[in-house]
Design a protein around this ligand. Sequence first.
Ligand SMILES: O=C(O)CCC(=O)C(=O)O
Length: 251
Amino acid sequence: MRDLDQLTRDFSEHGFVLIEDLLVGNAKDELDSALTRFLEHIAPTMKKTERVHFSGWDGPVKSLGQMEDYDPFFAELPKRAEFLEIASALLVGEAIPFGVEYFARPPRNDAIAPSHQDNGYFCYKPPESLAFWIAVDEVTETNGGIGYASGSHRAGDLEHEFSGIHGFTQGLTDPEAQLAGYEEVMVELPAGGCAIHHSLCAHRSGPNPTDRNRRAIVLDYRTARAQRDQPRKDRQDAAVKKLLKEKGAGE
Ligand SMILES: O=C(O)CCC(=O)C(=O)O
């Protein structure tokens, strides 16, 4: 049994919590197999707005969005009773799943995720949302692990700017100044472990110079109170549309 009260207190204090045994045994292997199958058979058929490759429009995938629209396994994954119970406790309100994503960091890969709050992408008001970042492979500081600015969810909605990085288009305008005073905690998790972060808890991830793969599946949840700030989202979408057009995916 998980101590949801303790998890909720830790989440409220730090803006993130770790659950090392979210998926174990068969459940962990099942996720690995479903992802492998998805990458091979489904990812190449996805809309270009929902997939990012390390270069061009085929070859290794860097990230994916909207996986729930393409595969029943990924549609059902965020609806598991245990996940909904944890997400609802941490959000202090009924959790509604709204996205399933994939982030790859293959061996000897120098991609990074710039420091950001997820709400820099989601644009929810109030920003009542969180993400389950599930490690499909063991993750450490050395193979592209996430670093959280502990407590930064209390800093409020920070200003973001367009990063120009396809797949990670939003970054904090001045992370050093914006996150001054918040200690960075680097995440270490076994395969099947999970970091859950508030959408205002700033985080980043580094490159993977190791020989080990680092794949992650992300499940996004919000409350019914969280509504899109549409003008903010429209400004962001316009910048992304321009980038996609430059990359040959615009209309
Ligand atoms: O997996 C990564 O490297 C970054 C993921 C991330 O930034 C996120 O889930 O918001």
